[in-house]
Design a protein around this ligand. Sequence first.
Ligand code: PLP
Length: 394
Amino acid sequence: MNEQVRKELESFLSLQEEQGLLKRERVLEGSQGRSISVDGRPVLNFCANNYLGLSDNQEVIQAAKDAMDRWGYGLSSVRFICGTQQIHKELERRISSFLRTDDTILFSSCFDANGALFEPLLSEEDAVISDELNHASIIDGIRLCKAQRLRYKHSDMESLKSCLEESKQSRRRLIATDGVFSMDGDIARLKEICALAKQYDALVMVDDSHATGYLGKTGRGTVELCGVEGQVDLITTTFGKACGGASGGCISGNQLLIDLYRQRARPYLFSNTLAPAICGGTLKVLDLLEAGNPYKERTLSNAHYFRSEMEKAGFDLVKGETAIVPVMIYDEPKAVALADRLLQAGIYVIGFCYPVVPKSKARIRVQLSATHTKADVDRAVEAFVTEGKKMGLI
Ligand SMILES: *Cc1c(COP(=O)(O)O)cnc(C)c1O
């Protein structure tokens, strides 16, 4: 390797290490779940996106196996060459019916779905208006298109309105937002966003990755929760969080837009088809969600209970109503150190630092799941209190 490059990379990595910011992959010694073994130690898991506890659901696993038996391991093709099976069409139909949209197009991930969404629809004469806290994949997707880029202050409707005013000359305008913001766990103000979109004749896309399956009356996400069904042109979401946690994602929405993506979306045209096993597993998840979804109430009551106990204990939380509960520490090394201590105490959580969150806004993001028991949540709160006191945080 080039000597200069080597030196620069080594100094980057040692600086990360010195500042206690080096990301380490902790290796799980088994499947994902409520209680897992990490580095040889059994711990309660409070950092997975496994909101409904379906990551190790036996029915989902069996459905994935059955799909693999019936449809094979992989397609060795993109969708439009020879990579579409009935199970892919079936999954697209079922997601459209679940999300109450016209049509759906599958991707290998929601990261890809967001990478696909902007470029075919928007060019120089258009504008995309994006919440400043949107997920990295939305930001990257926007970077791939040539539209004018406007960023509004997080969930600030006045700021959104001035972006809409500023872009009045544009041919097309698209407002892009997370449904639930992944690092703060708060919900987008979709009612007001859709009203502004209507007033200014803009399109709306919502990335519901952290909501699909557990928010809203029947688990259909923030679009249902906020009462804006039919007013959102495009929804993107992942199957890698509440909906089984394997992988895969989609864009769902207006027929003409989905038709456009089947012609022009680059990750659809140039990346391999979703594996049949994932389709089979996700179809089973949809069965479970549509058959009453007994999990989501548990997810939310666990989150509510954790929030209230942590507030009582004096921790500074970002307010919200989702299963993401950010415990604000602000100082980066302290957030990392607290997470390490909690892991020692059998509670697996992660400290998040720049660039995942803004500088000086370090936090521990706690995520609740339907599989946690009340005793699990009590244990987590106890550990936070014990370690938090030792570190002088409360
Ligand atoms: C997790 C997440 C993604 C990425 O989803 P993958 O399917 O894992 O690629 C995209 N958007 C948001 C808002 C997310 O939280």
